[in-house]
Design a binder for this molecule. Structure first.
Ligand SMILES: Cc1ncc(COP(=O)(O)O)c(C=O)c1O
Length: 341
C-alpha cells in the first residue's frame, strides 16, 4: 500500500492543504489559554465529551446524542469504517475524491468499489444507481464539496444514494460551510445518513485535530462501541466548546473567503488554464500550455506551494490551490502568470 502524502515544504506562500489562511480570533486564543491553565492534568478527560457534544449539537439544532466528535474528521471516517466496513463488506466511492475514504476502507479490510465521475467531476445518477444495485455497498461516500475537484453534489444525488441502498451514506462536508447547501437537513432517526464536518478549515483549527459526525442516535451509539476510550483529550474538548462561541467571526471569514474565491477564479480564467467550478475553499485548475508538474515546480521555485494532483488518476495535469488571504492570492496569481509565460 501507499501511505497518504502531502509535502510539508518551507515556503513563503502555502496554499496546498486547504487550511484557513489566518488563525482563530485572538479572543478565542486568550479564552483557551485561560481554560487550559485550569485543567486537572492527573484526570482522564470527560469520556463522552458532553459539553463539546452539546455545543456542536446546538450549532446544528440536533440533540447531543446525534453528534460523534473525534480527532479530526479523519478519525471520524476511520471509526465509521471500522464500525460498518471491514472484511467481506463493500465501500463505494466516486473518483476522483478524497483519498482517505478508499484508503481507510481498504485498511479496514473492505473491498472498495470505485465509481467514476463525469469529465466535469459531477456524479451521474444513473451510474450511481447501477453501482448501488450491483454491489449493495455497506458504506457509500459522497464528498460535497468534493476534494480535490470542488464539485458540489446536488440534493437529488444524496436522495438517490439513500433511496437505493440499505447501507450507510456518508456525506463528507469538510468544506460544507463554503457550499450553497448541506445534507444536514436530511438527517433523522430513520435515514442511514451521516454528515462529517471538521474544525480544521473554517474554524482555523487544523492544529487541534477536531472533527465530528452528525447522524441518527442508533448509529452514533454503534460508533461509541468501536472508538478508543478517552480518545478526545481535555484541551481539545475545551477548544471545540470555545470555538463555537465565535460563530459570527467564523461566518464573516467564510464570507471573505467566498469573495476571494470569486476573485481568484476570475483571475485564473484570464490565464491559459482551465478552471473547474468550486463550492469549497480551493480551486482545481489545469494549465493548457505546460504540464501541471512543470507549473507546480515553477511556483515552488518562486516559493509558492500548491497541491500537485497532476499525476493522480483521472486528474491529468491538474493543480489545486487553496484560497488564501487577498495578498497571498495576488502573489499566487502574479507568480503563476510568470510561470505560464
Ligand atoms: C474531504 C475531506 N475530508 C476530511 C478531511 C480531514 O480533515 P481533518 O481530519 O483535518 O478534520 C479533509 C482534509 O483535507 C478533507 O479534504
Amino acid at each position: 500500500m501507499e501511505g497518504y502524502h502531502s509535502p510539508q515544504v518551507d515556503v513563503d506562500i502555502r496554499l496546498n492543504t486547504n487550511e484557513a489562511p489566518v488563525g482563530p480570533p485572538e479572543a478565542f486564543v486568550a479564552d483557551y489559554l485561560e481554560a487550559v491553565s485550569k485543567i486537572s492534568w492527573n484526570r482522564y478527560p470527560d469520556r463522552s465529551a458532553r459539553d463539546l457534544r452539546k455545543s456542536i449539537a446546538a450549532l446544528h439544532g440536533v440533540s447531543p446524542d446525534m453528534v460523534f466528535p473525534a480527532n479530526g474528521s479523519n478519525e471520524v471516517l476511520q471509526t465509521l469504517l471500522l464500525t460498518f466496513a471491514g472484511p467481506g463488506r463493500k465501500v463505494l466511492t466516486f473518483e476522483p475524491t478524497y483519498q482517505l475514504h478508499g484508503h481507510i476502507a481498504r485498511i479496514s479490510g473492505a473491498e472498495v468499489v470505485e465509481g467514476e465521475r463525469r469529465p466535469d467531476f459531477s456524479i451521474d445518477e444513473g451510474v450511481m444507481q447501477s453501482l448501488l444495485k450491483a454491489h449493495s455497498p455497506h458504506v457509500t461516500f459522497l464528498c460535497s464539496p468534493n476534494n480535490p475537484t470542488g464539485t458540489v453534489d446536488s440534493r437529488s444525488i444524496v436522495h438517490a444514494a439513500l433511496g437505493s441502498t440499505g447501507g450507510i451514506v456518508a456525506v463528507d462536508e469538510a468544506y460544507g460551510q463554503f457550499a450553497p447547501w448541506s445534507a444536514l437537513d436530511f438527517i433523522d432517526e430513520d435515514t442511514p445518513l451521516v454528515v462529517v464536518r471538521t474544525f480544521s478549515k473554517t474554524w482555523s483549527m487544523a492544529a487541534a485535530r477536531l472533527g465530528y459526525l452528525v447522524g441518527p442516535r442508533w448509529l452514533v451509539a454503534e460508533l461509541e462501541k468501536v472508538v478508543l476510550p478517552y480518545h478526545l483529550d481535555t484541551a481539545k474538548q475545551i477548544a471545540g466548546v470555545l470555538a463555537v462561541r465565535y460563530r459570527a467571526e467564523m461566518d464573516a471569514r467564510v464570507a471573505e473567503l467566498l469573495s476571494e474565491r470569486t476573485r481568484l477564479a476570475d483571475g485564473l480564467r484570464r490565464l491559459d488554464v482551465d478552471v473547474f467550478d468550486s463550492g469549497a475553499n480551493f480551486i482545481l485548475f489545469r494549465p493548457r500550455t505546460k504540464s501541471g508538474r512543470e507549473v507546480w515546480q515553477g511556483l515552488l521555485d518562486k516559493r509558492v506551494l500548491i497541491r500537485d494532483c497532476s499525476s493522480w488518476p483521472r486528474l491529468d495535469n491538474c493543480l489545486r490551490v487553496t484560497i488564501g488571504t487577498r495578498q497571498e492570492n495576488d502573489i499566487f496569481l502574479e507568480r503563476l502568470t510568470e510561470v505560464l509565460s
